[in-house]
Design a protein around this ligand. Sequence first.
Ligand code: HEC
Length: 139
Amino acid sequence: MSAGAARRCLLGLLVAAPAAAAAGTADRYPVFTDEGLATGRAIWVENCMTCHGYGIAGAPDPNKAKAWAHRLEKPRETLYDHALNGFFGPDGTMMPARGGNAALSDAEVKRAVDYMAAVARRANDKVRAETDQPPNTNP
Ligand code: HEC
């Protein structure tokens, strides 16, 4: 292989790798049959998983029961408000308004929140079933 071809090949790998990684990460998040949650998942994978799927900047992963137990106790309206307008948590971590995508409508952000809450509830139910007691909410 010529040096030029080797470089092109390497470039191809660099471009392809993040896309493949994102696809692999999305597989960890459940697909629900409910239409609203299916839409919410698509919005979430596109806009929110960048942080919430990797714990970037302290973003809570909805698959982690402990990270979400206390958030599920908040009224849904509060979670919507924090996702729409941004939120500083007690640990100094910050959720940016609309996940940083101002083009998302209120309805789209709310659907993504509904999806996260459904995933988190599933993770919490799993912990409860396995331990037969409420999940430990300590970090
Ligand atoms: C730049 C990274 C980043 C992106 C992108 C992001 N989030 Fe967050 N999000 C955070 C962080 C960090 C927190 C934790 C804030 C805290 O509790 O301190 C958070 C917390 C939340 C919470 C919990 C708020 C609470 O009251 O506990 C919700 C709901 C949420 N995000 C929804 C979303 C949605 C929906 C999207 C996509 C539209 C999104 N996030 C995209 C970083 C991000």
